[in-house]
Each structure stands twice: as C-alpha cells, then as structure tokens.
Design a protein around this ligand. Structure first.
Ligand code: ATP
Ligand code: MG
Length: 471
C-alpha cells in the first residue's frame, strides 16, 4: 500500500525490464565478423575492470544478418575513466557526453550507461540557456525535452533509456551472450519497432525519436507497433523545438543512408513530412518538384547500393532546387539577368532554410556552385566549355543537369551534348561546338526563338524550366 503511494507520488517511472541472457545457440552472432576496433575497445574496458558491451544498431543489424554501419559500445565507466584507456580518444557532446575512440578513420562511440534520473531540473528556455545548464547533469525544458542527459547509472536503467526494444540489445563478445531487457529479440523476430516505456513521454523527452521511427521502419522494413505509432501525429509539432544542427544530422541519416525513398514514404504515412523540413515540404509542393526530388533521392539510393558515395551538397542542392528554380524564374521575369537572378534565388532560399535546418557553410557553398553552373552549362562556347570542365564542381553540376533533363527540367539534348563533349577528342569537340553554334549556340537562344513563335504560353505556371536568358 505504502509502496504504491510512493510510486504514484514519484510519477510515471519507466519500467525496468528483466535481464535475460541469450546464449550463442540462440543468437548466432559470429564474433569473428566483428571488427578488431570494436572488440579491442570492449576488451580494454573489461580488462580495466569495467562492464562493456557492443550495443544498439550493430547488435540489431548483426542479428538481422545486415552489415552494421558503425559500432557503439556501452560501459559503466564514466567518460573520464574511458578516455585515458585509449591513445586516440576525444570527449565530445554536451547534451549527451560520450567518448569517441579513433582507429584511423573509424570511430567507436563509447557511451556511459545512463540512469533514469530520480529528479530532473526544468530550465527556462532551451539549450541556449547556458547559465542555467552549466551545473546540471540532467535537465529538461518546459515541454519535457531533455537538454542534458549525463547522469550515470546501472545497465538495467540504461536499457530503459534507449529508444526501441530492438535497439536495446547488448552483446558481450567475451562471454558470447546477448543481454536483452525489453523483449528486443522477440520484436526483432516479428520485425516490430516498439518504443520502450510510454511512447508519448519518450517523444516529449526527445522529439527526434519521431524521425527515428520513420528511419528505422524504412531501413529495416519493420512494422511499427500500434502504441508506438499512435501518438506520432499529435506530437509532430514538437520537432519545431529541436535545434537545427540535430535536424540536419537526422535528415542526412534519413535521406542519405540508402533508403531515402522508403523514408519519405514513412514520413508521409506518419504525418511527419509537413513542417519538419521546410525544404522537403516546399520541394514536394512545387510544380514538378515531387518528380525532381524523388528522382534525386532514387539516384542517391542507387548510388549507395552500388557502394558509391553520395554527397550531402548534391542531395540538398536537389531538395532545394524546385524552390530555387521558381525564385529564379520570378527574378528573371522581373528583368534580372539570369546569373544574377540565380544568385538572388540562392540567397533567398538558403536564407529561409537556415533558420530550420543548419546547413554547414561549406555544404551551402558547394550547393550554390552546383546551381550556378546550370545556366553556364547552357552556354556552349569553346572558352566557356573548357573552363567548365576544369571546374571542381563540374562533375556534380553535370550529374545535376542529367537529373534535370530526366525530369523535364532541362533539355535532354543539352545533357547528351555534354556527355559527348567530355568524351570527345579535340576534333570532335570542335565539331560539337560548331553544331551547338549552328543549333543556336545555347539553349536560351533557342528558347527565345521558339517563344517568339509561340507567345501565348504562360511560362510562370509551368514546371521548373531552364532559364530564359543567360548573363
Ligand atoms: P544506425 O544503424 O543508424 O547506426 P543505431 O541504432 O546504431 O542505428 P545510433 O543513432 O547510432 O542508431 O544510436 C545508437 C544507439 O543509441 C541506438 O541503437 C539506441 O539504443 C540509442 N539511441 C540513439 N539515439 C537515441 C535517442 N534519441 N533516444 C534513445 N536512444 C537512442
Ligand atoms: Mg549506430
């Protein structure tokens, strides 16, 4: 009776699961397939007398027979105890302090078991309130969003702090056992994504978990448990309070890890595609925008499936292009010359975007170049073409032109001309330049002539089109 009362007074405590150890015969993880880097981190921590496990996505993916993207380690050693054990290790993060242990270019993330705090401080404002947060190990804002999560605790509490049951599995390579507190293995077998604890509360603590549902459902092809799905739409607006740098990171994971099309499908199905990423909203709403954006995302998925890389600048240049193209057309209609109009459109779109999603300066610079090269690719004169081929962003700009041509946003003839020009020898290049000059020099001139014959067409309402004039 008394116990019941205390629990009630303390409010809703997360349910701590019961520890279940799954032996090799049931988990079948092949420890020999794990990278030496992750194994050595676990070994070193254990030799120093700490508990250490491989945890999270790597265990989940190994159990599913997938290749893990990276390896995370969880331990009861504090970050200050972890760091001196390794030659190259960095303490990082403020909201969530962890240690990065470096092996060449590979990074093993080592996180200390998190506790479920008995009490939590509510601070005014958000993570920008540095003074209030300075001495806090755990803190939330007025909505319950966790601003600091650095209270250490035992493994059973750490398990309850993780997001999905299938992400809360721990693997100890020394004993060859998987530790499961929340029926993660059962959910893995039934391919179910289930939030640990009370889903609504977990979304309030960290609204990025809303996006993680979409991402893992897309990546793994899992069904979302009804109780995990139900509160999503009503909590979607909490994403507005998430710092833009975190949104940027999560967007990259959603759209650039090989399952972008499936992720968009999930975001739509969950009612998360609006307001989350204005760039995505607007891109999908622009006339012709959806076809363009989907083609770009499909290309990214295909590249990654072939083991090629995909650059965030190309991805974001594509996502924002329908909007840039529309501003570009409008500025030209106001009489601004094409290249200046494109600069202006880029400024407007990047400016509006940066408030929601922090696109790093270097990436924004590359995006701008990809866009700026588009009208320049239409100017096919010898001097221009040879300079363009030397441009560091030529390859990306040409791939971008191919994408535009495929979706009716640029002349397919221009794209195939550039394909030929790159492969041609000097004589063939001269012939190609002559042909371009004969055909009208550049696309814009061609369109001007065509327009004169068909003055009735209303271009403003048409799908994104190449510019009317260049320079
Ligand atoms: P991926 O394959 O994308 O790396 P992952 O499951 O490893 O998937 P990470 O973002 O690398 O995802 O996080 C590692 C683990 O940390 C997760 O599996 C989960 O247990 C925990 N985790 C990460 N982010 C959160 C979060 N926002 N809330 C709760 N737990 C989280
Ligand atoms: Mg991971």
């Amino acid at each position: 009776m008394i116990r019941k009362l205390i629990t009630r007074l303390l409010g809703k405590q997360p349910a701590l699961g019961k520890r279940v150890e799954i032996p090799r015969a049931r988990h079948q993880i092949d420890a020999s397939r794990l990278p030496e880097s992750a194994l050595s981190v676990v070994r070193k921590l254990q030799q120093a007398g700490f508990e250490a496990y491989i945890v999270g996505g790597a265990v989940r993916d190994l159990l599913l027979g997938l290749k893990p993207k990276d390896f995370d380690v969880a331990t009861n050693a504090t970050p200050e105890e972890v760091k001196p054990l390794f030659r190259r290790a960095l303490l990082i993060g403020r909201r969530f302090r962890i240690v990065h242990v470096m092996f060449g270019r590979e990074v093993i993330e080592v996180s200390t078991f998190r506790a479920t705090p008995a009490e939590q401080a509510t601070v005014d404002g958000d993570e920008r309130n540095a003074r209030a947060l300075a001495d806090k190990h755990h803190a939330v804002d007025a909505s319950g969003r966790v601003l600091r999560d650095n209270v250490w605790g035992p493994q059973e509490q750490d398990a309850a702090r993780r997001d999905f049951t299938v992400n809360a599995l721990y693997y100890d390579p020394s004993r060859d056992v998987v530790v499961d507190y929340h029926h993660g293995l059962r959910d893995l077998k039934t391919r179910t994504l289930r939030m640990i604890g009370d889903p609504a509360q977990r979304y309030r603590e960290d609204p990025v978990r809303l996006l993680r549902v979409a991402r893992f459902a897309a990546k793994l092809g899992f069904a979302i448990a009804p109780s995990t799905r139900a509160p999503i739409a009503t909590h979607a607006e909490l994403l507005q309070g998430v710092p833009s740098a975190r949104l940027f990171d999560e967007t990259i994971k959603l759209l650039q890890t090989g399952h972008a099309l499936a992720s968009i499908e999930q975001l739509r199905a969950l009612g998360l595609h609006r307001g989350l990423l204005p760039l995505l909203d607007v891109a999908l709403e622009q006339p012709g925008g959806e076809a363009f954006v989907m083609a770009a995302l499909g290309d990214t998925d295909a590249r990654l499936a072939q083991g090629k890389t995909a650059s965030p600048s190309f991805l974001f240049a594509s996502l924002l292009w329908p909007q840039v193209a529309s501003h570009w057309r409008a500025a030209q209609a106001d009489g601004v010359p094409a290249i200046a109009a494109l600069d202006q459109a880029a400024d407007e779109v990047l400016g509006a975007q940066s408030a929601r999603l922090a696109i790093q300066r270097r990436i924004a610079g590359d995006m701008r170049e990809i866009w700026q090269l588009q009208p320049r690719l239409a100017r096919r004169t010898a001097r221009y073409c040879d300079a363009l081929l030397e441009h560091p962003r030529f390859r990306a700009a040409f791939d971008f032109l191919l994408l535009r041509a495929r979706t009716g946003d640029a002349e397919p003839e221009l794209a195939s001309w550039w394909q030929d020009y790159q492969q041609a020898d000097a004589d063939a290049r001269t012939a190609l330049l002559e042909r371009a000059a004969r055909d009208g020099g550049d696309d814009a001139a061609k369109r001007r002539r065509r327009r004169r014959r068909k003055p009735a067409r209303n271009d403003a309402a048409a799908a994104p089109a190449a510019p009317d004039t260049v320079d």
